[in-house]
Design a protein. Structure first.
Length: 310
């Protein structure tokens, strides 16, 4: 009788276990149903093309004829391609110069506009506007401002006494074209990162500044020993985002110089565009994209490791 009485208890326990598992499965299916559309879109339009590009880097294909296996031919071709070598070093130069310059300008603007000054909201909006403005319109205005013959910048330099023969040619001069592109990139991006720094500054406890003031710290010492350490996570985030953005620079180069004069402003993404959609050498362009991918990955990993060590 005791064994017969224990059977209903076992059955009820099994029913409870089955019902719990069923609820977990149902909850899991509901959760996956919410993320499925986004995941499918990512898989079809992002992950799939990336994997296809990785495979295509070892192929010969012009987009119309059958795909042929190329092995490492596209890779060895990189070392003989002067345009790729120029684009590689131009990308490095652009990144090394533009990242710290944009970071410094964004932080300086954030600290200035974090003060209680007249028209603060207006200036915040004005500094952020270039980031959201139409790139085509901004590039046209930028080319007008830096026009070598009638631009306001060169007119100002002439007024200050600079000889017309020594005037910068800006985008039309191979020695000044990269400077023009870098200045444009810094001007367009610093407003966005200014907003991020503003959020970081407003999160710093004011008592830290009061304590530093009581210890006799001046403005520079407060900035060095309070502001910068407190902004370290924000600076790390901004640095990583700026680095990735700089390695992927394309739009301002396309709108201002088209990679010229010569190859003075040719960057990796613009070279990929030329090889893929001008020369229709999709295999070789995929190999350049693969090199760019691993370059960005390596730099990002190094930044994260240094952040952990710090």
């Amino acid at each position: 009788m005791s064994g017969d009485a224990a059977k209903p208890v076992r059955v009820r326990r099994k029913v409870r276990v089955v019902s719990r598992r069923r609820r977990r499965v149902e909850n899991t299916l509901v959760a996956y149903s919410f993320i499925a559309p986004n995941f499918l879109g990512f898989a079809v339009f992002t992950l799939g093309p990336i994997l296809f590009a990785f495979a295509l880097a070892f192929m010969h294909w012009d987009g119309s004829n059958p795909i042929k296996f190329a092995g490492l031919d596209n890779f060895w071709r990189l070392f003989e391609d002067r345009a790729f070598i120029a684009a590689f070093w131009n990308t490095i130069v652009y990144t090394v110069v533009s990242v710290p310059l944009t970071l410094a300008c964004a932080l300086g603007l954030a600290m200035l506009l974090n003060q209680k000054i007249v028209g603060r909201d207006f200036f915040r909006t004005a500094m952020f506007f270039p980031y959201v403005a139409s790139l085509v319109a901004v590039a046209v205005v930028w080319n007008m401002i830096f026009n070598p013959e009638m631009g306001p910048v060169n007119m100002l330099l002439y007024t200050l006494g600079l000889d017309p023969k020594d005037m910068p040619g800006w985008a039309a001069d191979r020695h000044w074209a990269m400077v023009t592109v870098i200045l444009f990139g810094v001007w367009k991006s610093m407003g966005y990162y200014m907003v991020i720094y503003l959020a970081g500054l407003q999160g710093i406890n004011s008592e830290l500044y009061e304590a530093a003031g009581l210890d006799g710290a001046n403005a520079w010492q407060k900035f060095r020993h309070v502001t910068l350490p407190q902004l370290a996570p924000t600076t790390f985030f901004v640095t990583v985002m700026l680095t990735i953005q700089s390695f992927k620079v394309f739009d301002q180069v396309y709108m201002i110089t088209q990679g010229g004069p010569g190859t003075s402003t040719l960057v990796l993404v613009y070279h990929i565009y030329n090889e893929a959609f001008i020369s229709w050498d999709l295999g070789y362009s995929s190999m350049i994209a693969l090199v760019l991918f691993f370059l960005v990955l390596a730099v990002t990993v190094i930044q994260f490791r240094r952040q952990k060590e710090d």
